[in-house]
Write a protein that binds this ligand. Structure first.
Ligand SMILES: [Zn+2]
Length: 630
């Protein structure tokens, strides 16, 4: 459960005065019948949980960041998903010798004499002396204090904040107070993530806690080598955010900047890029743009669908697509009349013809979605009869029923594949990831970015748990329209937020209910105009296909004389993927894919699949830390 102060307000069945003005005179139907239509016919079977294997992340070349996994029972999957989101190529290994073939080694989740033999500890110590970069979380023993440059390590569960020291090269990119102060917990409630603080740092640390001990130490050597010790388990923090289990860390629920995870991930990215002279990373925004924007609408009120057409026409004239999450409400209940009827189906076809995406927004739109039973997987129209009986009660409803029956009806009547889902009120049952997978959904927009502690998309984990992954990706809501201050008055804040996110390729998902057209459409127009020069706009499906293919992509670099050959492996087709390289590399050629744009430090690919090789001239630049084989 979320803390009360963060309980969602999204997707109410339109309590706004603007909704009340257009009541129909026709008598409400108790249930909307489509004679002869039943389905879905096949049963939905939720797969059993299969824990992810670290070895699935073991393949890759030596220019990647190496994660030396010292405890397989750790939150390593959170770390892996975090690195995927930020775009740092990595491998995971349990073999210290294999790890040390990489210039940048991240030891996770801890260094101690208990998890690493003496020879391995000695080899890690030598790595920085020969120009390598050693990053670790939780340096608890093993005699490496001198390597990392601190005196002692002090555990605590009462620290509430990590404060970045902005005066250092690795932290210079951060200047917002919400980047410089990263919460670990809620002081007054005395709930906090456990952490380790390092005392007597030899060099000014990258970050300190509120108790004055170092949260991220830093030791940079004349050899070009470096060592950094984190006192926060970054993988565990990623799991808290991405699993919607943040009850005590986020500073707001929605509509704000909450970059806690992103700052840690950007720091790791910066350490990798600094430590690996052939570092190449994957951009997070299609077509080399600076920010991804997904305009979405929730259609969950009897007059919302015809008003959606007004939005869609306006969006078409603006040259952007949008995604419409449709409630397939065929039953009258406490919330509203039934409205998924023949007229609604006509509106859906019109939305499609205007270039918009149709997605599911449940059948019943109940606030109790997160408490519903999983269901049998055999729920079908018309016998599935979920009805809200009050704001917080519902009968005849199940998670699988909401997912599969809404998808069936939308697909049946539009002929379109429905593979994106958003729950009413962003109510999010623990079973949602695996239920989405089982029901055939691929994309979800079911949480807020702020509750997720990130403005980057991510892969959902089974049962919002630590162990297993699903093939479903989450695109969290950034801006919504039901906060107390009117959306129309919040345009400057929204543009300011976009300005933060464009600095690191963040995702901005707008949620606008189509219960009224103005003044919300004016906000949307103002926002689109304000970001258009820098933004990529797409539907959830378009972005989801990009993100899924990028998530599966690998990138490796080999040397050939003064040239660098970048090999991008792409199991799925992707268009507009950007590869970021050292700024001094000069693009020479590519095969077989075309290149859309090549500039200093950045090449954007055209449609590509399987394997793409990019050749660069490295220009004889001095290579840092040449003590390692390549
Ligand atoms: Zn809704």
């Amino acid at each position: 459960m979320r803390a009360l102060r963060f309980v969602g307000v999204l997707g109410a069945a339109c309590p706004l005065p603007a909704c009340q003005g257009a009541r129909s005179a026709s008598p409400p139907a108790d249930a909307i019948a489509f004679p002869g239509i039943t389905g879905p016919a096949t049963k939905t079977v939720v797969p059993a949980e299969v824990p992810a294997a670290w070895s699935a992340y073991a393949a890759g070349g030596r220019t990647r960041l190496a994660v030396l996994l010292t405890d397989t029972a750790s939150a390593w999957l959170g770390l892996a998903h975090g690195l995927k989101s930020i775009g740092v190529p990595f491998v995971i290994t349990r073999d210290v010798r294999a790890a040390l073939e990489h210039r940048v080694v991240l030891v996770y989740p801890m260094i101690s004499g208990g998890v690493l033999p003496r020879e391995a500890l000695a080899a890690l110590a030598r790595h920085t002396r020969s120009g390598g970069t050693l990053i670790a979380t939780n340096v608890l023993g093993g005699g490496l204090n001198d390597v990392f440059g601190f005196g002692d390590v002090v555990p605590s569960r009462s620290r509430v904040e990590v404060r970045l020291n902005p005066g250092l090269p690795l932290t210079a990119r951060f200047d917002d107070p919400r980047e410089l102060r990263l919460p670990l917990g809620n002081g007054p409630q005395r709930r906090s993530l456990g952490s380790y603080g390092y005392t007597a740092p030899v060099e000014p640390p990258l970050a300190t806690y509120d108790d004055g001990t170092a949260a991220i130490t830093r030791r940079e050597l004349d050899s070009g080598g470096a060592a950094y010790a984190f006192g926060v388990d970054v993988g565990a923090l990623v799991l808290i955010g991405q699993n919607n289990r943040d009850q005590f860390i986020a500073r707001s629920y929605v509509n704000g900047y909450e970059p806690t995870l992103d700052v840690y991930l950007r720091l790791l990215e910066a350490m990798y890029v600094q430590g690996e002279p052939d570092a190449v990373t994957l951009g997070s925004v299609p077509q080399g743009r600076e920010i991804s924007v997904l305009v979405t609408h929730d259609v969950d009120y009897r007059y919302s669908l015809e008003r959606a057409i007004d939005y869609a026409r306006a969006e078409r004239s603006m040259g952007i697509p949008a995604t419409y999450f449709i409630q397939t409400k065929y039953l009258r209940d406490w919330n509203d009349n039934a409205f998924f009827d023949q007229a609604a189906i006509g509106h859906l076809k019109r939305l499609d013809s205007l270039g918009m995406q149709i997605a599911s927004h449940t059948v019943s739109h109940s606030r109790e979605f997160n408490h519903m039973p999983l269901g049998s997987g055999e729920e079908a129209y018309p016998t599935y009869q979920p009805r809200a009986t009050s704001e917080r009660t519902v009968t005849g409803a199940s998670v699988l029923g909401e997912l599969r029956v809404s998808k069936f009806l939308l697909e049946h009547f539009t002929g379109l594949p429905i593979d994106a889902f958003r729950p009413g009120h962003l109510r999010n049952p623990e079973s949602l990831p695996e239920a989405l997978e089982a029901s055939g959904y691929r994309f979800s927009s079911s949480v807020t970015a702020n509750n997720s502690l990130t403005h980057l998309p991510f892969q959902l984990q089974y049962h919002h748990g630590p162990a297993a992954e699903t093939p479903v990706f989450e695109f969290p809501v950034t801006i919504e329209d039901e906060a107390p201050s009117a959306l129309a008055s919040r345009l400057p804040e929204a543009l300011e937020l976009a300005d933060h996110l464009r600095r690191y390729g963040g995702l901005m998902v707008l949620l606008i209910h189509s219960n009224v057209v103005e003044p919300k459409l004016s906000f949307e127009r103002g926002f689109v105009a304000g970001v258009k020069a820098r933004a990529w706009f797409g539907t959830v499906d378009e972005f989801g296909r990009f993100w899924g293919a990028r998530n599966a992509a690998g990138v490796d670099v080999t040397r050939s004389g003064g040239q660098r050959v970048v090999t991008v492996t792409l199991p799925a087709t992707v268009e507009g993927l950007t590869v970021s390289t050292p700024a001094w590399w000069r693009f020479v050629g590519v095969e077989p894919a075309g290149v859309v744009a090549a500039g200093p430090g950045k090449v954007t690919l055209g449609p590509a699949v399987n394997r793409v090789r990019l050749v660069f001239d490295a220009g004889g630049q001095a290579v840092l830390g040449t003590g390692l084989p390549h």
